[in-house]
Design a protein around this ligand. Structure first.
Ligand SMILES: O=C(O)C(=O)Cc1ccccc1
Length: 322
């Protein structure tokens, strides 16, 4: 991981301590746990990347519950300022955690009235939540460890619990009411390492290094992953299909495709009536991830793709970790 670990700047992660993101950050930066700094939410990590921090670790997607939407939505807007330099996968097994009762015993599942967790965890524990916690109110928190910390602040016997890791339970003095709450035993989450893009230019004219053409070094060896996003005109039949055909033509393996509502308003050149706006006339932004063998220059494929879109940005290109 020398390409992501090339300086000693603090690394921000979604905290507080003992979040899954913290565990991912520890596996990515094992030699310098003291430089890891918790921040309270995914948006705050992106804000930090544009101001106080050069490096951050964020969750991107989960094997059973899909994309972490705040991460994609931030990348849609901030890709000119931040770039992906690495990724990692972490097995995720949620436990239901509560404070021990006054006599030291563990509360029963049936006594839990309110459960805290990150929204991603709800979607990873559907069977457990429906089967055993249907009676409980769910309350969203900014991370799973924030949920554990909240429960630690509540009175014992107050009927509150958190869905979080066993590690978070140990850190915040909680006991497992139930140990394995995820729908799947092979549940895992993927995290990105993000870095602020270097600035170029002179005083007063400083810009981030985003170019209209793509200069991605074609290093030999390890397979490279690339994540980019683009927009196409909704009025041109086949525009999206033509864009995706570029990958096939260049022999590049598409590994994922995500669609999000476009955060930017339509450009003036786009013909869009008021009626369209109110009836599903919004726009989409398409995220595509693909792999290329080491040594292959993806620049020509990206430039051809750019020509078939109304705007494209490369979010990052990095060596595959596994
Ligand atoms: O890092 C955490 O603890 C989070 O809350 C994000 C998350 C939520 C569920 C699974 C993996 C990461």
């Amino acid at each position: 991981m020398s390409d992501i670990n090339d300086n000693n700047d603090p690394v921000a992660y979604l905290g507080p301590e003992a979040s899954y993101t913290h565990q991912a950050a520890l596996s990515l930066f094992p030699t310098r746990p003291n430089t890891l700094q918790p921040l309270p939410s995914i948006p705050s990590l992106f804000t930090a990347l544009t101001s106080t921090h050069t490096t951050a670790v964020v969750p991107l997607e989960n094997s059973s519950n899909g994309s972490v939407l705040p991460t994609l939505d931030a990348l849609a807007v901030l890709s000119p300022q931040v770039t992906i330099v690495g990724d990692t996968y972490l097995p995720v097994q949620h436990a239901l955690l509560a404070r021990p009762l006054a006599d030291g015993s563990t509360p029963a599942v049936g006594d839990v009235k309110r459960v805290y967790s990150h929204p991603q965890a709800w979607g990873q524990c559907t069977l457990f939540l429906e089967g055993k916690l249907g009676h409980a109110t769910r309350v969203d928190t900014d991370s799973t460890s924030a949920a554990a910390r909240k429960v630690a602040e509540a009175d014992p016997g107050s009927g509150v619990a958190a869905l979080a890791s066993g590690l978070a339970g140990a850190m915040y003095g909680l006991v497992p009411v139930e140990r394995k709450c995820a729908d799947r035993g092979d549940n895992e989450t993927r995290f990105l390492v993000l870095r602020r893009r270097r600035r170029t230019g002179h005083a007063g004219t400083t810009t981030t290094t985003t170019t209209t053409t793509t200069a991605i070094p074609a290093e030999g060896g390890a397979t490279k992953k690339t994540l980019l996003h683009f927009r196409v005109s909704p009025h041109v039949p086949g525009a999206l299909a033509d864009a995706l055909a570029v990958f096939k033509r260049y022999g590049l393996s598409l590994t994922s495709f995500y669609t999000r509502p476009d955060p930017e308003p339509p450009t003036r050149t786009e013909t869009q009536t008021e009626a369209e706006r109110g009836r599903g006339g919004w726009r989409y932004i398409f995220f595509v991830e693909f792999e290329a063998p080491g040594g292959v220059d993806i620049g020509p494929a990206v430039e051809e793709l750019r020509g078939k879109t109304t705007g494209l940005r490369v979010c990052g290109s990095w060596k595959r970790s596994s």
